[in-house]
Design a protein around this ligand. Structure first.
Ligand code: AMP
Ligand code: GLY
Length: 439
């Protein structure tokens, strides 16, 4: 069974779609969108080597900073809907620029993207709207930081305020380490992103990802997911962009979801409306389920990667209508995505050395892959001059499978992974350990 969203038929033209971004997330979005027979062409800007697996697709090579050329080309291509994948163009205001030029865009403007692009802004936003989150202090100098760090009972979490590709968060074990991390950020480790430092009380509990497709007023929730941020098995090692994920997560029971909506999602949307922020895109709630209830760890203004790759196969062909409705501000509020009885899981294959230094350019070889209920989305790949598929990033491939339970899902994913090879291939063997009965 697949998630049905057939009551969301579109009466607005929807033939030519543009997806901005080059990762596994955008590859999975394109794959889900292509299922709809109304779609005539999917343009990927810039996409990656995996784009060729998308029916009716074409890669574009345009400079996002050359707005005049971009607009001219998109008008020529008669783009009906633009989906912006990554946070950087969103934070830089591509959403509003395209909207000002009469394009329908799935992705917030820079005002809404501030929920991700400024952690201190997001924390103030939550404080004002009484949304549960860890206590925090905003500092600009080492002296200020020192006083707060050494008068707190426990070592504080340290975060660079701005975008730092997921690398700007430190979880120190001692107060001295908190201070050292603060000093490094203030001294410019992340450039402008570190002009403000957020110090946070450390909270504990499992983390879950919740995605709301928003149209500025109404929203519809996607199936929940759990990501694996740490590099190594047993959730050890450095933080990464994400080494794997599964969906839905049993941690979010119906009563828990009701609570999350009441205490977190609804107050967030209401606060955006009060601030006149017309948020049209996906709002990603990174939550921690603590002993005292769910708390927001972070907001993101985009789909999670690899959560997106994991969730997209659970969507039916009408998923693209939801994106369009959000872009047009036309969700009615009665749209629900019925949870199917299927589960989905994703394992990421990375280059050796990720998330630090890694080499690229190694040929990728596929053996006998069983594609039944399995997809391979390309995260960081390209073609060399001989047309050979090669590694071109830290995260290289997303292997995604679906099944009646998580044991079936991950058995299939790991069987297929054994058929994939490239020099230095690395992946965690325990993705989904929380929900697998078999090791
Ligand atoms: P962020 O980029 O804000 O999501 O932080 C990256 C990771 O750091 C999160 O997924 C958490 O595992 C961890 N983290 C962030 N803030 C806190 C906090 N206040 N307490 C405990 N862990 C945190
Ligand atoms: N998977 C976590 C993220 O996309 O930020």
């Amino acid at each position: 069974m697949i998630i049905e969203s057939t009551n969301y038929k579109s009466s607005d033209k929807l033939e030519n779609i543009l997806i901005i971004g080059n990762g596994g997330r955008e590859n999975a979005l394109a794959w889900a969108i292509q299922k709809n027979e109304l779609i005539k062409r999917i343009y990927l800007l810039p996409g990656n080597a995996g784009s060729k697996k998308i029916n009716k697709s074409e890669r574009l090579s345009l400079n996002l900073n050359n707005i005049k050329e971009l607009i001219k080309k998109l008008k020529y291509l008669k783009i009906d809907l633009v989906v912006i994948g990554p946070e950087t163009p969103l934070a830089e205001g591509l959403g509003e620029i395209l909207r000002e030029n009469n394009f329908d865009v799935f992705g917030p403007g820079s005002d809404g993207a501030k929920l991700e692009s400024s952690k201190s802004w997001a924390k103030e936003f939550m404080k004002e709207a009484k949304i549960p989150t860890a206590n925090f202090w905003k500092v600009k100098s080492l002296e200020e930081a020192k006083e707060i760090i050494f008068s707190s009972p426990n070592p504080l979490v340290v975060k660079a305020d701005g975008l730092a590709s997921g690398k700007g968060v430190f979880i120190p074990k001692t107060k001295k380490e908190s201070l050292k991390a603060t000093e490094e950020i203030i001294k410019g480790k992340f450039g402008n992103a570190g002009e403000i430092v957020v110090l946070e009380e450390k909270i504990e509990g499992p983390e879950v990802s919740v995605f709301a497709l928003c149209d500025g007023r109404n929203y519809v929730l996607l199936p929940t997911a759990q990501d694996h941020k740490r590099l190594n098995e047993n959730d050890e090692g450095p933080n990464t962009g994400g080494m794997g994920a599964y969906s839905p997560t049993p941690l979010i029971t119906k009563p828990m979801l009701k609570r999350i909506k009441k205490e977190i999602i609804d107050p967030t949307i209401d606060a955006l409306v009060r601030k006149n922020i017309n948020y049209r895109g996906v709002l990603y709630f990174g939550l921690m389920i603590t002993k005292s209830g769910p708390k927001v760890i972070e907001y993101n203004c985009r789909f999670g990667d690899p959560e997106c790759q994991t969730i997209m196969p659970l969507m039916d062909k009408n998923f693209v209508f939801l994106l369009q409705k959000c872009a047009l501000g036309k969700l009615i509020g009665n749209e629900t995505i019925e949870m199917s009885d299927r589960s989905s899981g994703c394992v990421i294959a990375t280059s050796k050395g990720y998330p630090l230094n890694y080499e690229i350019g190694f040929p990728i070889n596929y053996g006998n892959i069983d594609f039944r209920d399995c997809q391979i989305f390309d995260s960081g790949t390209s073609l060399n001059s001989k047309g050979q598929l090669i590694t071109d990033g830290g995260r290289v491939l997303s292997i995604v499978c679906q099944g009646k339970d998580f044991d079936t899902v991950f058995e299939k994913a790991y069987k297929n992974l054994k058929e994939i090879s490239f020099e230095g291939i690395f992946y965690r063997k325990d993705i989904g350990h929380q929900v697998r009965k078999k090791p």
